[in-house]
Design a protein around this ligand. Structure first.
Ligand code: SAH
Ligand code: SF4
Ligand code: F3S
Length: 435
C-alpha cells in the first residue's frame, strides 16, 4: 500500500513524520508516494504556529477528498490536529481520523478506526520505542524531549504539544548508536527547549542536564558532529556555553531565538530574559568561540511594539550579526495569552509588514558584509549534496553552519574536507579544496 504525507512546520514535525512513516511500514504502507492520487492513505502533518497555513488546511483537505482514489483514507496529524480536534471532522467529513502532535505513537491503531480523534496533550510518548527504520543518509534528527513548559504569550505550542517531558537517556543513546552504525555522522537534537533537558522524566531517572547529555552523546563512535535546536537564551548558563565551546563534536553554530530586542516587549512576551542578558550571552559565546555562527527567530509587530522597541531589535540584529534570521509578523493564535488582548495595542498590518521588510533588508546587508569577510578563511566542511550532469558542484556545511558551494567538483557525500573560501556571491559562499 502507498502513503502520501505532507509535512508542514518545524523539525519536530519532520521527525514525527519520519516516525509515522516507519510505524506505517509495519502496517503494510511500504512505499511513500509524492502523488496523492495513487495513495491509499493521505496524511497532512500540520503546523499551527501562525494563522495562514492553518487557514489553507480546509481547502487542501477538499482537494485531496476530490482527487483521492476510492477507499483511500485521509488523516490530519500534528499541531492543528491537537488544538482543533473533533472540529476538523465536523468541518471536513472526508477526514477519517485526527491525530495530535502528542499522540504520534498511536498512528498504527488509529488508521484502522473511522472518525477517530486522539489529541490528548497529556499523553506521554516520551518512552515509546519507535521503529527506527529510516533512510537517513549522513544526517539524522533525534528527539530529546517532547512538549514545552514555557508560557510565551504569543505561542500556541504548549497547547498543542503539552508539558515538557525529557526522553530517557538510555533511549537517546541507543537510538544514536543505531544511527551511527547506519552511517550517520551528524545528529540534530530536537526539542522546543533543548537546554532544559532533564527537567522532568516520566519514570524515575538519574539526574542529568543538557550539558551532561552532550557529553554522553559525544562518546558515541561514528558520530562526528552534534547540532541541536532550539536552545532557550534564558537557560544558557556558563556551564552550557563552556561545554558548547570545548566539546569538539558540538558544532559551533547555535540557534538563539531572540523574538524581540526590546526588554519591555520581551517582558510582555514572557520570555524571561532582557536585551542585556541576551547580549551578555552572545558576548560570552563569542569570547569562547570567536567564529561562532548564530541564528535566530524574530517576531515583529507584537502588540504595543513601538518604533523605539523595533529600533532595539535592529540594534541587537546589528550587534550580533546573525548568520540566519527567521522573521515573522506577529500572528494572534487561539489559546495564547496575547490572543486574549484582542485589538488592544495591536500594531497596524502595514506598519508590521514595513518593519519585517526593513529587518530582512538590513539582514541581507549584514550577510553580504559577513560573506566578504569570509574570503580566504578555511572551514571543515561536511559534504552533503553533490550534483553531476551539465552543471557539476558539491555543497556542504562548515562546522559553524555556513553553507559553502564548491563548483566543478563531484566530491564524496559524507567526507569532511578543508575548504577555503574563494569568493562571495551576495550572501552565499563559494570555496575550493585546500591545495
Ligand atoms: N521553542 C522555540 C520556538 C518554536 S515556534 C523557541 O522558544 O524559540 C518557532 C518560531 O515561530 C518562534 O521562535 C517564533 O519566532 C515564531 N512564532 C511563534 N508563535 C508565533 C506567533 N504567534 N506569531 C508569529 N510568530 C510566531
Ligand atoms: Fe513557544 Fe516559548 Fe515554548 Fe518556544 S519556548 S515553544 S516560543 S512557548
Ligand atoms: Fe512545530 Fe508548528 Fe507545532 S512550529 S511545534 S509544528 S505549531
Amino acid at each position: 500500500m502507498k502513503l502520501y504525507i505532507e509535512t508542514l512546520g518545524c523539525a519536530m514535525n519532520m521527525r514525527d513524520s519520519e516516525h509515522m512513516i516507519s510505524e506505517l511500514k509495519k502496517q503494510g504502507y511500504t512505499s511513500v508516494t509524492d502523488d496523492a492520487k495513487e495513495a491509499d492513505l493521505i496524511l497532512i502533518n500540520t503546523c499551527s504556529v501562525r494563522e495562514k497555513p492553518e487557514r489553507k488546511l480546509f481547502s487542501e483537505i477538499g482537494q485531496f477528498a476530490r482527487l483521492k482514489k476510492q477507499g483511500a483514507k485521509i488523516g490530519i496529524c500534528g499541531c492543528t490536529a491537537s488544538h482543533m480536534g473533533e472540529e476538523i471532522i465536523k468541518r471536513a467529513p472526508s477526514v477519517n481520523f485526527v491525530l495530535g502532535a502528542r499522540n504520534i505513537s498511536k498512528i498504527s491503531e488509529i488508521i484502522h478506526k473511522d472518525k477517530a480523534v486522539e489529541v490528548a496533550i497529556d499523553y506521554d510518548d516520551s518512552t515509546y520505542v519507535f521503529d527506527t527504520a529510516r533512510n537517513t543518509g549522513i544526517k539524522a534528527l533525534l528527539n530529546i524531549s517532547i512538549g514545552c513548559d514555557k508560557k510565551c504569550a504569543y505561542c500556541i505550542v504548549p497547547h498543542t504539544r503539552g508539558k515538557e517531558i525529557s526522553i530517557p537517556l538510555d533511549l537517546i543513546l541507543s537510538e544514536a548508536d543505531k544511527l551511527a552504525k547506519n552511517g550517520v555522522k551528524e545528529l540534530m537534537l530536537l526539542g522546543q527547549n533543548v537546554n532544559n533537558y532533564g527537567v522532568r522524566f516520566s519514570l524515575p531517572h538519574s539526574r542529568i542536564d543538557f550539558t551532561g547529555l552532550l557529553k554522553e552523546l559525544s562518546k558515541i563512535e561514528g558520530i562526528e558532529r552534534i547540532r541541536f535546536t532550539s536552545p532557550h537564551p534564558l537557560h544558557m548558563d556558563d556551564a552550557f556555553l563552556e561545554e558548547f565551546a570545548s566539546n569538539p563534536k558540538v558544532c559551533k553554530s547555535i540557534h538563539m531565538p531572540l523574538q524581540s530586542g526590546s526588554t519591555r516587549i520581551l517582558k510582555s512576551m514572557r520570555r524571561g530574559y532582557s536585551k542585556e542578558w541576551y547580549l551578555n550571552r552572545v558576548a560570552k559565546l563569542k569570547s569562547l568561540v570567536p567564529d561562532v555562527g548564530i541564528g535566530t527567530d524574530i517576531i515583529v509587530g507584537f502588540p504595543t511594539e513601538s518604533e523605539e522597541d523595533f529600533a532595539d531589535t535592529i540594534d541587537v540584529l546589528e550587534q550580533v550579526g546573525f548568520d540566519t534570521v527567521y522573521s515573522f509578523v506577529y500572528s494572534p493564535r487561539p489559546h495564547t495569552e496575547s490572543f486574549g488582548w484582542g485589538e488592544e495595542g495591536s500594531v497596524p498590518k502595514e506598519v508590521a509588514s514595513y518593519r519585517l521588510t526593513y529587518l530582512q533588508d538590513k539582514h541581507k546587508e549584514i550577510l553580504r558584509q559577513k560573506a566578504k569577510n569570509e574570503i580566504g578563511k578555511i572551514h571543515r566542511v561536511l559534504i552533503e549534496n553533490v550534483r553531476t550532469g551539465e552543471v557539476v558542484f558539491s555543497e556542504g556545511r562548515s562546522d559553524n553552519g555556513k553553507l559553502i558551494k564548491i563548483p566543478n567538483k563531484a566530491l564524496n557525500i559524507g567526507d569532511i574536507l578543508e575548504i577555503q573560501i574563494t569568493q562571495s556571491d551576495g550572501g552565499s559562499l563559494i570555496g575550493d579544496m585546500l591545495q
